[in-house]
Design a protein around this ligand. Structure first.
Ligand SMILES: *Cc1c(COP(=O)(O)O)cnc(C)c1O
Length: 372
């Protein structure tokens, strides 16, 4: 007999907050509540999700349901595999070139920010030639880079783009014209937040901890015809092996996949990606409209390239930025500190951030401005 202590903490002492963290990030309240409710005993089994076998029928249903829900949400065609890895988006900076840069051993990278440079450097680190084919570094990444010249044909295994630049606050609405070269998208921070056509990509990958659930699982969606059986790869990064084993070559992150599955159910209940995108457009437009008229807080990104999910802004005075972050936390508006490399503030407005959170943030910033 097990004794459970769920509910023994003093709920009334928890201050209601809005969490603007960039990742791990806010999750939908109903999802967290369902996890709490089901944690001691999954489906009346007397065992928690953390205790069941990844080979059990129960987990198989969780895995297959998550894949189908994702297929529905993103309209993923049947000729694309859905795979779950560990190692985060960063793991895929290695896995993508190892699996997909096998013909020319050369990739093209649009340098739209720090995650793009990380991907480029990791590919180079693995012996793949990684050419920067456009960069907005000189403009501090305040706009999206364009291809400096049309992409050379039959030269690159793929073009790497970061669909949403989490640190810099830009996002692609229209994809670059890759001139027939396959496209790989790091969608870590706007997957399910913005509609893309899966067919436009050879591969999409995303760490879960921004829009899909908790940290610990990494999603890969890859066109099966482009995946080859290779020798000499670490098994844990091997797309062909993971396709053959349905992501169950070894023990997968069982809990993270379960929580991701609940998050997908929630996303469906919200009306799917189009409804979520419409909500994200509204939320971010409100914040940008405030920032554009503010005399104190400024978003420096070119308007047409602005992200729906990550909104960085500054006062121009690092001390005042810090004061704003601290005062906001006191008011229950958490984790507004900008990325350590760019400073300032950053509000991440992922799917699970309600519009009321954005309203509360704008009220706070307005008030702060009046007093400074
Ligand atoms: C967070 C992030 C990553 C890194 O993800 P990890 O899971 O921490 O490795 C990569 N790319 C983008 C766009 C991100 O936002």
């Amino acid at each position: 007999m097990r004794t459970f202590f769920i509910g023994s903490f003093e709920e009334e002492k928890i201050m209601p907050v809005y969490n603007f963290a960039a990742g791990p990030a806010v999750m939908p309240v109903p999802v967290v509540n369902q996890i709490q409710k089901e944690l001691p005993s999954l489906n009346g089994s007397g065992m928690s999700i953390m205790e069941i076998s990844h080979r059990s029928a129960q987990f198989d249903e969780i895995l297959q349901t998550a894949k189908q829900d994702l297929r529905d949400l993103m309209a993923i065609p049947d000729d694309y595999a859905i795979l779950f890895f560990q190692g985060g988006g960063t793991g895929q900076f290695a896995a993508a070139p190892l699996n997909m840069a096998t013909k020319y051993h050369r990739i093209a990278v649009l340098d739209s920010g720090q995650w793009a440079t990380r991907a480029r450097d990791e590919a180079a680190n693995l012996g793949v030639t990684a050419d920067t084919v456009g960069s907005s570094l000189a403009d501090h990444y305040h706009h999206l880079p364009h291809l400096a010249a049309p992409l050379a044909k039959d030269t690159y295994d793929y073009l790497h783009i970061t669909t949403n630049n989490t640190i810099e606050g830009t996002a692609y609405r229209d994809l670059p014209n890759a001139n027939g070269t396959p496209l790989i998208g790091d969608m870590s921070s706007n997957i399910l937040a913005q509609r893309y056509r899966v067919q436009d990509f050879a591969e999409i990958f995303a760490g879960a901890q921004k829009n899909l659930g908790p940290a610990g699982v990494t999603l890969v969606i890859v066109k099966k015809a482009l995946v080859h059986h290779l020798t000499g790869l670490p098994s844990m990064l091997d797309y062909d092996l993971f396709i053959k084993k349905d992501s169950l070559y070894n023990t997968p992150p069982v809990f993270a996949i379960y929580a991701l599955g609940l998050t997908l159910k929630w996303a469906k209940a919200q009306g799917g990606v189009d409804a979520l995108q419409a909500r994200n457009e509204k939320k971010s437009a409100k914040l940008y409209a405030f920032l554009d008229q503010s005399k104190l807080f400024h978003n420096l990104v070119q308007p047409k390239d602005r992200s729906l999910t990550n909104v960085p802004f500054v006062t121009g005075d690092a001390k005042l930025d810090q004061a704003a972050v601290a005062a906001a936390a006191k008011a229950g508006l958490m984790n507004l500190k900008g990325h350590r490399s760019v400073g300032g503030l950053r509000a991440s407005l992922y799917n699970a951030m309600p519009e009321a959170g954005v309203d509360a943030l704008i009220d706070f910033l307005h008030d702060f401005e009046q007093h400074h």
